[in-house]
Write a protein that binds this ligand. Structure first.
Ligand code: HEC
Ligand code: HEC
Length: 275
């Protein structure tokens, strides 16, 4: 009986420690949520809501946390981006046209190479070219209002005064339209490789299908060296084989859940054909 109790206590201790480690010890990478179209009701928006909108866009549609996260190390953390901005504007390496913090942050998102944080430039560019995509295009497609909401979020995050203003040029009729929350309809399957690549923002990290991402391997001739089985595994289990010279754990592990089998096969066929 005594031995039994000892074993029991020991087992409980091990389980507790393991559960604690699994919950707190392993850094979690939050995959980007599937882009959800959000209706912007700017006419009735308070600054507090605008900041919250920016936060959601930052963590979701904007794909920002794919790169700006504490685990990847491929992009600077942005917790004080809004306060650092003033220094950037004074820096002799600054190439852009901004004269205020808001303009600097805006420019950072649509013209990332205007200032490249040292150590984070594209390989071989001596920090003159940014690997960050223009997030108003490249399948991420943030609107002007969405970019401003993210700026509000970044200013709030840094504990600075929020000086960006909520745009008011949205059509007022749209803001008032009654849509009574239609039930979510299942997404219709995408029918071209380009649409799949745009929807899943592969181009934020890869050079593929007219996109110019530089965080992951160039995929423009990937079919010459990788077969379909390898490509399929790259998408379903991105950490199975990390391409040489690239950081494992950067590529989101979400496609097995978010892509239909048909989309996956179409994408694999397309990539295998890039020679
Ligand atoms: C594919 C990776 C990637 C994605 C996606 C990305 N960024 Fe970046 N970002 C970078 C890298 C790398 C840098 C550093 C190089 C530079 O300064 O451009 C950077 C720089 C920045 C800077 C300038 C920071 C400074 O201190 O001057 C801001 C602001 C920024 N990103 C905001 C964002 C926001 C907001 C999003 C989402 C809407 C986003 N980024 C999405 C990779 C990314
Ligand atoms: C946040 C950045 C990011 C996004 C988004 C991303 N990838 Fe990747 N991908 C990487 C990185 C980094 C690697 C190299 C490390 C690795 O293999 O895990 C990689 C590796 C790959 C490889 C293997 C290349 C080789 O030579 O081994 C393929 C294929 C690939 N990605 C395709 C895609 C496709 C298709 C999408 C969109 C559905 C996508 N990736 C989205 C960052 C990304």
């Amino acid at each position: 009986m005594k031995n039994f109790l000892k074993v029991l206590c020991f087992s409980l201790l091990v389980i507790t420690l393991f559960a604690g480690y699994a919950n707190y010890g392993i850094p979690q990478i939050e995959p980007a949520l599937p882009p959800v179209e959000e209706k912007l009701e700017l006419g009735t928006m308070t600054m507090e809501k605008f900041i919250k909108l920016g936060e959601r866009l930052y963590n979701g549609k904007g794909t920002c946390t794919l790169c700006h996260n504490p685990t990847g190390g491929r992009a600077p953390l942005l917790a004080s981006a809004a306060t650092v901005a003033a220094e950037r504007l004074q820096d002799t390496r600054y190439q852009g046209k901004a004269s205020s913090v808001v303009d600097y942050l805006y420019e950072s998102m649509v013209e990332p190479s205007a200032y490249v944080v040292s150590g984070f430039g594209k390989a071989g560019s001596n920090d003159t070219e940014s690997p960050m995509p223009n997030v108003a295009a490249n399948g991420i497609d943030l609107s002007d209002a969405e970019l401003k909401a993210i700026i509000a979020y970044l200013q709030d995050l840094a504990g600075a005064d929020v000086t960006v203003s909520i745009p008011t040029d949205a059509a007022p009729t749209e803001a008032k339209e009654e849509t009574a929350n239609p039930p979510p309809t299942p997404r219709t399957a995408l029918d071209t490789p380009a649409a799949i690549i745009a929807k899943f923002t592969c181009g934020a990290c890869h050079k593929v299908a007219d996109q110019v991402g530089a965080v992951g391997p160039d995929l423009t001739t990937i079919g010459a060296t990788r077969d379909k089985a390898y490509l399929r595994r790259s998408l379903l289990d991105p950490n199975a084989d990390a391409a040489a010279g690239f950081m494992a754990g950067m590529m989101p592990n979400i496609y097995s859940e978010q892509m239909s089998a048909k989309e996956l096969e179409m994408l694999v066929d397309y990539l295998a054909g890039l020679k």
